[in-house]
Design a protein around this ligand. Structure first.
Ligand SMILES: Nc1ncnc2c1ncn2[C@@H]1O[C@H](COP(=O)(O)OP(=O)(O)OP(=O)(O)O)[C@@H](O)[C@H]1O
Length: 267
């Protein structure tokens, strides 16, 4: 990655405060996501990882603070007003969030039809077929309904839909949750290879230590209502925070290091 490109901030969050009634989820949260990186976002359950993602994409209006994506404010914008930013990102929500009454191909076509109404059906079919294959699904997955797919295939179909508009920025909310270790590793590989080929910036919420070790350039840690640290795993390990130490240096963290080292030795 060229230095200037690496330094370009694609998502800039400043002084973010979010809450629901009496409950304050974020307070003074700051985060930069740089162009071309895979940024892992971790934190205990309920620390507000999904709420942070929703704030960034404009689905959650914060109490205070600013969020810029591609240099533009995303807070409080009308849908139509923010259309030019929204079509530059793709989102894989937790669980895939496919429309169950639509086939995989039709699911992929939903965002295309939303942003480019009036496109010829033959072209829509062609784009959907391309995205299906790009995410490693067999070509005959297009006409299938989500209920006919395995968990891993559903995630790939969700990813195909997230990539429908050739985004520069990809949001992934716990993409490997519910997958077996082999399926999860295959999905990580797919994410890393698409990131490289398409030059994507990836905001990746995960609990999966293997994913963090295998594909993330940097990791942001949410705790105490804000991002308490962001850096490479080695940089985080040098910090003295109890949650960070327990998370990365606990038995599961050590197992993830061992498996990452084994994978590297095998390449
Ligand atoms: N729409 C909402 N209304 C009320 N409370 C909410 C809402 N959305 C989120 N919360 C609360 O905000 C907190 C953060 O939720 P969020 O889903 O962002 O956590 P998370 O870090 O993604 O958790 P997990 O790792 O378990 O998915 C939780 O306590 C949750 O109950």
């Amino acid at each position: 990655m060229a230095r200037r490109e690496q330094d370009e901030v694609i998502i800039r969050v400043r002084d973010l405060k979010n809450g629901f009634g009496e409950q304050i989820v974020h307070d003074g949260l700051e985060l930069d996501v740089r162009r071309g990186e895979i940024l892992g976002v971790v934190g205990g359950s309920g620390t507000g990882k999904s709420v942070l993602m929703r704030s960034i994409i404009g689905l959650q209006t914060p109490i205070e603070g600013s969020v810029e994506v591609f240099g533009e404010n995303t807070i409080g914008r009308e849908e139509t007003d923010a259309i030019n930013i929204r079509k530059r990102w793709g989102i894989l929500f937790q669980g895939g969030a496919l429309f169950s009454t639509l086939t995989v191909a039709e699911n992929v076509q939903v965002p295309i039809k939303e942003f480019y109404p009036g496109l010829d059906q033959a072209l829509l079919d062609e784009i959907a077929a391309y995205k299906v294959v790009m995410t490693g699904l067999p070509p005959d997955a297009g006409p299938k309904y989500p209920a006919e797919l395995s968990g891993g295939m559903k995630k790939r179909a969700g990813l195909a839909r997230a990539l429908a508009l050739d985004p520069e920025l990809l949001f992934l909310d716990e993409p490997t949750a519910g997958l077996d270790p082999i399926g999860a590793a295959a999905f990580d590989e797919l994410t890393a290879s698409l990131q490289k080929t398409l030059g994507l910036t990836v905001f990746l919420i995960t609990h999966d230590l293997d994913t963090l070790y295998a594909i993330c350039d940097r990791v942001a840690v949410l705790a105490d209502k804000r991002v308490i640290a962001v850096g490479t795993i080695d940089e985080l390990l040098a910090l003295d925070h109890p949650w960070i130490q327990e998370y990365f240096n606990g038995p599961r963290g050590r197992a993830a290091v061992a498996s990452a080292e084994k994978a590297q030795a095998g390449t």
